[in-house]
Design a protein around this ligand. Sequence first.
Ligand SMILES: CC(C)(COP(=O)(O)OP(=O)(O)OC[C@H]1O[C@@H](n2cnc3c(N)ncnc32)[C@H](O)[C@@H]1OP(=O)(O)O)[C@@H](O)C(=O)NCCC(=O)NCCS
Length: 379
Amino acid sequence: MTTQASAAAGLEGVVATSSKLCYLDGQRGVLAYCGHDIHDLARQATFEEVCYLLWHRRLPTRAELGDLQTEFARARPLPTAVVRMMRSLPSGHAMDAVRTLVSALAHHDPDVGDDSPAASLRKSVRLTAQVGTLVATLGRLSAGGGQIDPDPVLGHAANFLYMLTGDRPGALASRAFDVALTLHADHELNASTFAARVAAATLTDLHSTVVAGVATLKGPLHGGANAEVMKMLSAIGEDADDERVDTTIRGMLARKQKVAGFGHRVYRTEDPRATHLRQMSRDLGEQAGNRRWFEMSQRIEAVMQEDTGIHANVDFYSASTYHALGIAVELFTPIFVVSRVAGWTAHVLEQYANNRLIRPRAEYTGPEYPQTFVPLAQR
Ligand SMILES: CC(C)(COP(=O)(O)OP(=O)(O)OC[C@H]1O[C@@H](n2cnc3c(N)ncnc32)[C@H](O)[C@@H]1OP(=O)(O)O)[C@@H](O)C(=O)NCCC(=O)NCCS
């Protein structure tokens, strides 16, 4: 017996809401935030401009951008209690720590309990600023370094690298990281954004919606894929020749294993974000004097094209890009949070502004109704 029309597996092709934020055309490989093509944003905008664009649906003036930068600088330092909590967590998956600590930040937010539109926007700005510090500090402490305070004169991307490494990054590294943040900031109804919107539609608070987003992003089919790519590259080995690369990938395909960093539910062309990340992976590898990870990635891409026609997605060249920036693999997925928190919060604000509870139906496939109830003593 079914109560509904057949469900689309994974909700493929289902239009679940309307949104003014992200335009995605998977056939033509187009991605745009509020009408602005991702290639223009990657080449010309900073992450802070993109945050403003997503929250206000238009690009900021110079004065508005200045105000946002000031708000970010003010909000970046973490509450001492949250850093203490970070230090007290047992070692484990970095995304578990991010999830717990985003939740902890809610307790210290001056607007806690105020879910008005103005307070939710303030929380979005504050949380986006704080998450950069949170992930950088997490990486710094896990590597045995001491906590580094944010530098108010640095932008968001440069601050992240500075707080993580203790060194002020060069122009290429800061720009590359800034572009990576822009590219990951929003992506329509991806799984974590959908999770955040479902949470928002119950009118829960903004921090709770972001916790839902973090929890969903962790999975290897979503944000966890960039770390899986690096693990795959490392397992193949820096010294591996092309033949070994080819055999490994073809072996995975023969065993019907998914190759991390390839495939997408929506794109049937190259993921437009991969175009920029490929270039950054090459440039940063060259600057670091090690092109091997980039070359190995290119080889894998060629094999995947030849054997399956499946394209690289955003996660594939993020891996070698972050590696060339000296970032540990455990931080790859948390870095996705540093950026996507802007998109999640923009979607949550949009959901709050025009809300209806999201409550779909399931196609019932269980035992036939009605079943006879056998009392416990007779079972
Ligand atoms: C992204 C992803 C989850 C999309 O899933 P989806 O839309 O449900 O697509 P499916 O998993 O049904 O894949 C469709 C077909 O392509 C194949 N395929 C998809 N991605 C593949 C990959 N990365 N490696 C090998 N084959 C892949 C599937 O095996 C399937 O083949 P089949 O029809 O012969 O069974 C999927 O491509 C994937 O698991 N990729 C690897 C993880 C990843 O990079 N995630 C980050 C996404 S940004």
